[in-house]
Design a protein around this ligand. Structure first.
Ligand code: ARG
Length: 461
């Protein structure tokens, strides 16, 4: 049933058209904010009481009414009404039904414009914590796996071609680094989320002697916004969250891509946990990495959601415009992706079994130590560019004779350069190659163990 909106209907002669009401209602999306809306209202009512706008008994009624509403919502007994537009007005109207006229004072000096941004920031602070804890779980799994694979040889790739020998532990720690930056980004964004806009009113401020700082602190914020016009218009923190999620999504997608490639029978580097794979309805032999594909596929929408928000904001004149209501569904969608994909990726990696033999077979393929041969020649005093060319010739010879670089005879190698001695073969050994890459951050197990120690420090493991 279409009703005249009692919260703002005073100057209207006509009722809102049903189609306008339907079109503008956001209740199905923003009811997710009920908890924050209620705690924001409790804190605001306390501020109103301290400012002398309401008395103690009105405050008590408001608090108890809001408590009842929360219980109703949580036991699924709350009657959400589309006609009441959004979560703020649904709760306010329900409060009036429960406690009567005291409810009508709650909105004194407050606007839905400062209310909705307060709710959003509180919600994002909560979600940021959940996301950080899921990233931390994944980082822990990665660091422990890396530790147990610190000596496992595998080929490292550039251009998807076998490049140089590395260890699986080193590769897993590369994944760790990507996600560890994500963790830091969420942490940094919280600094801005912790700035309270409440008390900014519709745009111009609040005249009711509200102690904004005390109000902010009571809600867990640490600062207050400095300009009320900006405070009600600012959605930077939504964009930042969406960026952080989309970049993390890109990382998870790249990890998934590798898991998908590695689990193919051509690679056979990893066996993903069966309970996280699916079969084919037609091909009985299939074990498909669908979860990794969904993590990879789902990350695309997080990029779309970021672009949605950037374009939503870019043409808006100050201050609040109703366009902003469109911020929530992309935001909630990305948050859902973040939590779901982190959880499933953690399970996939925790249960992954790496096939050392397949990795080792590839390490002894593809002339993987050609760079080491060039560097051996450098140590014999040959300039690197010349050494590179000599090593290239050795690769050519190996290819035409269908041999591995390490299978060429000393006689043949000497023909390419007289400085090559018997000790060259040590340098064509992938194991020797990895231990020699001992620069900070390099693949030498001694170095990877240092990366792991740092990582454990960060995670307090
Ligand atoms: N549902 C609105 C939103 O999400 C709340 C603010 C409405 N403000 C207004 N002046 N109509 O943005």
């Amino acid at each position: 049933m279409v009703k005249k909106n009692t919260s703002w209907g005073g100057r209207f002669k006509k009722q809102t058209a049903e189609k306008a009401q339907k079109f503008s209602s956001s209740i199905n999306v923003d009811k997710k904010l009920y908890k924050e809306d209620i705690s924001g209202s409790v804190a605001y009512a306390e501020a109103l009481q301290s400012a002398g706008v309401i008395n103690k008994s009105e405050l008590a009624k408001i608090k108890s009414g809001l408590k009842q509403i929360k219980q109703k919502i949580e036991s699924d007994k709350f009657n959400w009404q589309e006609a009441l537009e959004d979560v703020h007005m649904n709760i306010e109207s329900a409060l009036e039904k429960i406690i009567g006229s005291a409810a009508k004072k709650l909105h004194t000096g407050r606007s839905r414009n400062d209310q909705v941004v307060t709710d959003l920031k509180l919600h994002l602070l909560e979600k940021s914590k959940e996301i950080k804890s899921c990233i931390t779980d994944l980082l822990e799994v990665l660091v422990l796996k890396a530790e147990s694979e610190v000596d496992t040889l595998m080929p490292g790739f550039t251009h998807m071609q076998i490049a140089q020998p590395i260890t699986l532990g080193h590769h897993l720690m590369a994944w760790f680094e990507m996600l560890s930056r994500d963790l830091d980004r969420f942490e940094e964004c919280e600094i801005r989320l912790k700035i309270s806009p409440l008390g900014s009113g519709a745009l111009a401020g609040n005249k009711f002697k509200i102690n904004r700082m005390k109000l902010a602190k009571s809600l867990g914020f640490s600062e207050i916004t400095k300009n009320s016009i900006d405070a009600v218009s600012d959605r930077d923190y939504v964009i930042e969250m969406l960026f952080n999620i989309s970049l993390m999504g890109v990382h998870l997608s790249r990890i998934s891509e590798e898991l998908i490639i590695w689990s193919s029978s051509q690679f056979d580097y990893v066996d993903l946990p069966e309970e996280l794979c699916t079969g084919s309805s037609i091909m009985p032999q299939k074990k498909n990495p669908d979860m990794a594909e969904l993590v990879r596929g789902g990350s695309s929408k997080t990029i779309g959601n970021l672009v949605t928000l950037l374009s939503l904001i870019k043409n808006q004149p100050l201050s609040y415009n109703r366009d902003n209501q469109e911020d929530k569904s992309p935001l909630f969608d990305s948050i859902e992706y973040a939590l779901g994909s982190l959880d499933i990726t953690t399970a996939m990696i925790a249960g992954a079994e790496f096939n050392h033999d397949s990795m080792l077979t590839d390490v002894y393929d593809g002339h993987i130590c050609a760079t080491d041969l060039a560097e051996y020649l450098v140590m014999k005093g040959i300039p690197f560019r010349d050494a590179h060319a000599i090593s290239g010739k050795a690769v050519q010879l190996a290819e035409t004779s269908d041999l591995l670089l390490s299978e060429l005879s000393l006689k043949d190698l000497k023909k390419l350069n007289a400085l090559i001695k018997k000790d060259v073969f040590k340098h064509l050994d992938p194991l020797k190659s990895i231990t020699s890459k001992s620069s900070i951050g390099g693949t030498a197990p001694s170095q990877v163990l240092k990366q792991i120690a740092h990582a454990k420090d960060k995670l307090k493991l």
